[in-house]
Design a binder for this molecule. Structure first.
Ligand code: GDP
Length: 439
């Protein structure tokens, strides 16, 4: 999902992330590249134009936060804008106050309606512990009834059996009565796929909708349709109040741009994304998560977790540090950073506090040996509380370690940086402190 965009964005953003200053000129180049990538991924032109306009407006003349480089601030603006385009506030599935919640699933034939019902039923049952009833009103196709019956069997969700002579509206009404009687939390109602040119069938859908007054009416659209989604959404919106979109087949050959266009083009939020034929291949749509994925940050966050768990300041170690962080801890810390091989390179790529990346760049073997020599020349009390080291002691320590006062000062400065960071991490954890910087 979003592989093309992700690839393009990572190339573009890598170039800008280390920029010390943001100028009209370097923004212009980057925005041109972003514009090209979005269009290449099939994001609608009007959406791309707005996106570029907003990013430009927000980044020029902005006073940047000191803990991020301007390049990183710029990425933050892009992320914010991506989230806006994906739709930020109304993606959660609504449940009715009084059960059952009724979800009417509509859309053209072949979009993935029935499959999505199978997936959503399973998701609501497993993750939300809901008692779900699957219903089909597609009396036109025997195969469609069998398909949902089979999916229900596979996912162990109850399937509503209807009488042969019932019409679609009657089936919907009866299923809801049954769901109330049997205390179901959720009723998922499939409708027959219809052509939006078939007036009779479209009116039948409207009739069902008006009669059952669903909690949500979800329009299923295939992401391969690209911008045609707009016409379909418009047509269905003239009959029923679409409350959300299920975007299917995001795993297929789609370039993904439709996810960034839908909210703006249709004013409807995406609620679910289908990303495979298997029954667990569905995600509740989360704009933050998708923006992170497009920007390659999902990988970065799992990397941070790994770093946090394995290498830098494992949590229990920090928690055990009841005492104040001192030079002995500092030595352990720099040793860990140094021993992580490719870590310095990875940290450089992170949207991370400047001080951490500076630190990982500067500590090499020679420097570590100097640090060890200097710390060994200190008294136990000085190691515990370096603040008490006055100038005269600095000279003595420098002499004792065979180095100069500048090296002692450098060590003390690095110690201060790490101490501040550790105190912050101690409070909220490394990944959270990095996320806080970036959100
Ligand atoms: P309906 O006519 O709208 O009910 O569509 P179906 O649920 O029968 O799905 C049509 C085809 O699309 C089936 O072959 C499904 O397996 C396939 N399909 C549905 N959702 C997805 C998805 O997210 N990814 C992929 N690759 N295929 C899907």
């Amino acid at each position: 999902m979003f592989n093309l965009l992700k690839k393009r964005f990572s190339e573009i953003l890598e170039k800008i992330s280390n920029k010390g200053i943001i100028t009209e000129k370097n923004i212009k180049v980057t925005l041109r590249e972003i514009r090209k990538s979005l269009l290449e991924a099939d994001v609608a032109l009007s959406v791309v134009k707005k996106f570029i306009h907003n990013v430009k407006k927000k980044s020029l003349g902005k006073k940047f936060n000191t803990s991020l480089t301007p390049g990183q601030e710029f990425i933050k603006i892009i992320k914010h804008e991506l989230i806006q385009k994906l739709g930020n506030d109304d993606n959660t599935l609504k449940f009715s106050k009084k059960p059952p919640s009724i979800y009417l699933i509509v859309g053209l034939q072949g979009m993935g309606k029935t499959t999505s019902i199978g997936k959503i039923g399973q998701l609501l049952h497993k993750q939300y512990k809901k008692k779900v009833l699957n219903v089909t009103t597609d009396t036109y196709r025997f195969a469609a009834v069998k398909q949902l019956e089979l999916l229900s069997l596979q996912t162990q969700i109850d399937f509503f059996l209807f009488k042969e002579n019932n019409d679609p509206k009657e089936i919907a009404i009866n299923s809801i009565k049954y769901a109330i009687k049997k205390s179901y939390d959720v009723v998922l109602i499939d409708t027959s796929g219809r052509l939006h040119t078939d007036q009779k069938m479209m009116l039948e859908l409207q009739d069902i909708y008006k009669t059952i007054n669903p909690t949500e009416t979800l329009l299923v659209v295939d992401s391969m349709l690209g911008q045609d989604v707009t016409n379909i959404a418009e047509r269905f919106s003239t009959l029923v109040n679409i409350t959300g979109i299920i975007l299917t087949k995001m795993d297929s050959d789609t370039k993904g741009g439709v996810a960034l266009s839908i909210k703006e083009l249709t004013q409807k939020p995406i609620k679910f994304v289908g990303n495979g034929e298997k029954l667990d291949a569905i995600e509740i749509f989360n704009s933050q998560k998708i923006a992170n994925r497009i920007l390659g940050m999902e990988d970065i966050f799992s990397l941070i977790k790994e770093i946090e768990n394995k290498i830098i300041l494992p949590k229990q170690k920090i928690n055990n540090l009841k005492k104040k962080f001192d030079l002995n801890d500092f030595l352990i810390y720099v040793n860990q950073v140094r021993n992580t091989g490719g870590l310095a390179y990875l940290i450089k790529k992170l949207p991370i506090n400047k001080t951490i990346s500076q630190l990982s760049n500067t500590i090499n073997d020679k420097e570590l040996n100097n640090f060890v020599a200097i710390i060994n020349s200190m008294t136990k009390i000085e190691k515990k509380n370096p603040n008490i080291i006055k100038n005269s002691r600095k000279h003595r320590i420098a002499l004792g370690s065979g180095l100069n006062v500048q090296s002692v000062n450098k060590l003390l400065k690095q110690f201060d940086i790490v101490k501040k960071m550790v105190e912050k991490v101690k409070k909220i954890g490394l990944s959270q402190s990095i996320k806080n910087l970036f959100f």
